[in-house]
Design a protein around this ligand. Structure first.
Ligand code: ADP
Ligand code: MG
Length: 221
C-alpha cells in the first residue's frame, strides 16, 4: 500500500541542521494497522507527514498504491492525497467557526459532488462515529473525545483507503481514548482501511497488527 525507500529528512535553519529521518525503508501492507512508537523528537510526525504527502523528504521515494509520488505536481498531489488519505491529529484541527457537519464536509468541497450528496455522506460518517445528535453543534460545545470523533468522521468522509493518525488519543482521558481506539479498530477490521498510528501507549500498540520503533530518526525495531 505504501512503500518508503531511502527516506531522509533534513531540516535546515540558518543556525542548525536537524536530521529528522535517516534512511527509512518501510513497507505498509493493505489492511494493516501499524503503530509507530519512539521518544519525542525522534521523527514520528515527520514520517507520518511524509507518508501522507503533507511534506516531502530531502531524498528518497514514496510509492502509494503503486503510484510513485515523486514527480507529481502540486495539484495532482493534492487531489491524490484527498482521495487516498485521511488524517487525524492529536489536537483535532477542527475549524472552530464551523459546526460539526460543515467540518466533516470540508474534504468533499474539493470533489465534484452535489451539496445534497455531500451532506448525505457527512451524515453517514457522523452516524458511524456516534455523533448524529451533535451535527449542528459547534466544536467548542463538544468534549475532546467528541471532537476527535468528528475529526475521524472528517478523515473518512471521502472514503480514503489509508488513515494516518498522529497521537490520536494524546489529548484524551483513557475512557475517551478507548472510544477513539474502538472506532479506529472498526475502520480497520470491518472496512479494511489501512491505518498508521503514532502512539506513546504500549497497550494501544499491542492491539495493532505491527509496531515499529524509532530513535533519533532511525527505525530501531
Ligand atoms: N519544521 C521544522 N523545522 C525544523 N526542525 C523540525 C521541524 N519539524 C520537526 N523538526 C525537528 O525534527 C525532529 C523530529 O521532529 P518530529 O517529527 O516532530 O518528532 P516526533 O513527532 O517524534 O516528536 C525534531 O528534532 C524536531 O525538532
Ligand atoms: Mg510528533
Amino acid at each position: 500500500m505504501i512503500t518508503l525507500t531511502g527516506i531522509n529528512k533534513i531540516y535546515r535553519t540558518r543556525e542548525i541542521e536537524t536530521q529528522a529521518l535517516e534512511n527509512v525503508n518501510l513497507e505498509v501492507n493493505k489492511g494493516e494497522f501499524l503503530s509507530i512508537m519512539g521518544p519525542s523528537g525522534c521523527g514520528k510526525s515527520t514520517l507520518l507527514n511524509i507518508m501522507g504527502l503533507l511534506d516531502t523528504p530531502t531524498n528518497g521515494t514514496i510509492t502509494i498504491n503503486g503510484t510513485s509520488t515523486e514527480k507529481m505536481k502540486d495539484r495532482t498531489l493534492a487531489e491524490f492525497r484527498n482521495r487516498m488519505i485521511g488524517f487525524v491529529f492529536q489536537s483535532f484541527h477542527l475549524i472552530n467557526s464551523l459546526n460539526v457537519i460543515d467540518n466533516v464536509e470540508l474534504p468533499l468541497t474539493y470533489r465534484k459532488i452535489s451539496a445534497k450528496e455531500s451532506r448525505h455522506l457527512a451524515e453517514e460518517v457522523l452516524q458511524k462515529v456516534g455523533l448524529s445528535h451533535r451535527m449542528h453543534h459547534m466544536p467548542s460545545e463538544l468534549s475532546g473525545g467528541q471532537c476527535q470523533r468528528v475529526a475521524i468522521a472528517r478523515a473518512i468522509v471521502g472514503d480514503p483507503e489509508i488513515i494516518l493518525a498522529d497521537e490520536p488519543t494524546g489529548n484524551l482521558d483513557s475512557k475517551m481514548g478507548t472510544e477513539v481506539m474502538d472506532i479506529l479498530h472498526r475502520l480497520n477490521k470491518e472496512e479494511g482501511r489501512t491505518i498508521i498510528m503514532v502512539t506513546h501507549n504500549e497497550e494501544q500498540a499491542k492491539q495493532t497488527s505491527r509496531t515499529i520503533r524509532f530513535f533519533d530518526g532511525r527505525q530501531v525495531e
